[in-house]
Design a protein around this ligand. Sequence first.
Ligand code: NAP
Length: 280
Amino acid sequence: MADRPLRAFVCGHPIAHSRSPVIHGYWLRQHGIEGSYERRDVSPEQFADFVRGLSDGPFVGGNITIPHKETAYKLVEQCDTAAEAIGAVNTIWFEDGRLCGGNTDAYGFAANLDSVAPGWEGNGIATVLGAGGAARAIVQALQQREMQDIRVVNRTLSRAKVLSDRFDDGVSAHTLDALPELLSDTTLLINTTSMGMAGGPPLQIELSGLPDSATVSDIVYAPLITPLLRDAVDRGLKAVDGLGMLLHQAVPGFERWFGVKPEVTSELREIVLADLEKGH
Ligand code: NAP
C-alpha cells in the first residue's frame, strides 16, 4: 500500500446518488488521512476495462455498486467467503498484486444489529422479505450467525427458491400467502425488498401475529422510518432502520484501503441523514 497514493473510489452507473463519499470523507477527515474517495460513473460496457485498468492506476481499491456487483465477482482474481456465498462483490482491494473482492453487506447488517439489538441471533427464527441481491447478503449473515431457521418470502417464488438453494439446509422458500403463519414464531423480520422506498409502494404487512419479543428490521433507508418500521413501533416491537447497515458495511473497505478501522459514530449518522434529507 505504501507505494500507492491513498485514493479509493465508488463505481456504479449512475453514481451521483451514492452516499459512500460522505461516509468515507468523514472518516478520512476524522483520522487526518491524506487520501480521497471518488465517484466513478462507469457504464456496463466500460466496466470490464475499468477493472482491468485498476492494477496500473492510482487507486488502492474501491466500492462497486449497482449494476456492477455480479460482474465484479466474475472479474476479481480472489474472493472472500461472503462474496463467494453471495455471488456479488461490493469492495475490491489489492493483495500481493492480486485484485481481491469481498462483500461487506452481510457484515454491515450483522454489525448494525450487534450494535442496536445485541443478542438478536439467539434461538433465531428469521423471516426475510424479498429474494434479490440484498436478500442474498442478509441470508448469508443470518447463516453465519447460526440462525436456526431462515424463511425467504417473495412475490416471485422461483427467485426465493433459487436463493434458498444457494445456501445449505435451514433456508426455505415461501410465497407471500404463507406470511401470517410464518410470522407467529418469527424472532427477526427483515424487509429486503425495495418496497417502502420514498416514491414507491409501501410495504403493508399485518404485524399483529408477530411475538411481542420480535425485532423488525428494514434495510430501506430513504425514508429512514419506513411504513413497516412505523407499524412495528406502534405495535411496541423493536425496530431497526437501514441506515445502520449502510454505515457499518463501509467499515471493512475503509480499513483495507486506508489502514485504520473506523467507527460508526452518532455524528456520522447525523451527517449522512442530513445528506439524505437534502435529496440528490
Ligand atoms: P433487487 O435485487 O431488485 O430485489 C428487489 C426485491 O424486491 C425482489 O425480491 C422483488 O420481488 C421485491 N419487490 C420489488 N417490488 C415489489 C413489489 N411491488 N411487491 C413485492 N415485491 C417487490 O434489489 P436489492 O438490490 O436486493 O435491493 C433491495 C432494497 O434494499 C433497495 O431498496 C436497496 O436500496 C436496499 N439496500 C439497502 C442496503 C443498506 O445498506 N441498507 C444495502 C443493499 C440494498 P420479485 O423477485 O418478485 O421481483
